[in-house]
Design a protein around this ligand. Sequence first.
Ligand SMILES: Cc1ncc(C[n+]2csc(CCOP(=O)(O)OP(=O)(O)O)c2C)c(N)n1
Ligand SMILES: [Mg+2]
Length: 343
Amino acid sequence: MARLAEGEHELRRVIDEGRDVDGLGERELLELYRSLILLRTYDERSLVYHRQGRIGTYAIFWNHEAMQAGAVHALEEQDWIFPSYRESAIGLLRGMPAATVLHWWRGHPAGWWNPADYNVASICVPIATQVPHAAGLAWGKKLRGEDGCALVFFGDGATSEGAFHEGANLAAVMQAPLVLFCNNNQWAISTPLSAQTRAEALVDKAAGYGMPGIRVDGGDVLAVFEATREAVERARAGGGPTFIEAVTYRAAPHATADDPRAYIDFDRVEEEKRNECVGRYERWLRDRGLLDDLLETEIRNEALEVMRRGIAQAEAEPEPDPELVFDNAYVLPPPNLREGWLG
Ligand SMILES: Cc1ncc(C[n+]2csc(CCOP(=O)(O)OP(=O)(O)O)c2C)c(N)n1
Ligand SMILES: [Mg+2]
């Protein structure tokens, strides 16, 4: 059974320790940077599109990009990703068009993709429900003798949900090849972590399920990559699930519908903004001579172009038929619907 060794509450870091990660050459390091910039650009543009009334309520993931890109880069194509609303654009890292994700936030049916096309499951808004889905898929892979694993993203608040417990326990008992990736941004909308749990650290929960836990700096894309790679290697080798707690601090509102002035610690937000994850990695790359102004501008422009095309494509899509809402909802529509809306 897994035990926590002393010192495991300490955050694993790479960038701040000035070290390198084995097995990452220039090409991989720049790919990781491209992914960070794509996600950052997606997020920043989405906030603008929301303000312009072009997408609906949007869950901002500014400064969560290192967790998302770092974790996904540790996976292979055959591995599955189970996102929450916070990782809504994760499909972009698997070649999904930006228009598809924008459709989703526009409430358009074209925003629902076939998960098997990208090995990216549907975005889950009900908290933690994706955890048992991912545990089931991972266990299924094991039963079929298939290569690969699943990685599920969820928040600190999700660890208080029954679905989290059921998924984590099932994965551990079945030794399913699953990575449980907790984005601990220390808030569940306005509920702070201190009101969420009495555990000293969320990583402590791993021991209760008999699985190893890793605690990592969520703003350090290289540390996240390294930690996830370790978990993925264990899963592939038949070692079962791993719980990763990636620690950060939510520097933006929960979503466009939230005003955090009523509850957030603004000094802490400012500190987080100064040390945000994209800039941290840029400085690391520049120190090593891998990034200069020219390359940065080129990569940022590419990402902006993806977004320009994406929103143009999303807005060119014809309005959906409103009756589609009911298409797969009822075998027999109730009388008020038949006579009123559908009549
Ligand atoms: C089952 C369920 N209960 C409540 C909600 C309302 N809700 C939406 S987001 C959220 C906070 C979740 O916080 P956390 O798990 O930390 O994820 P984060 O938003 O910080 O990424 C809640 C309670 C929901 N979507 N689903
Ligand atoms: Mg949270």
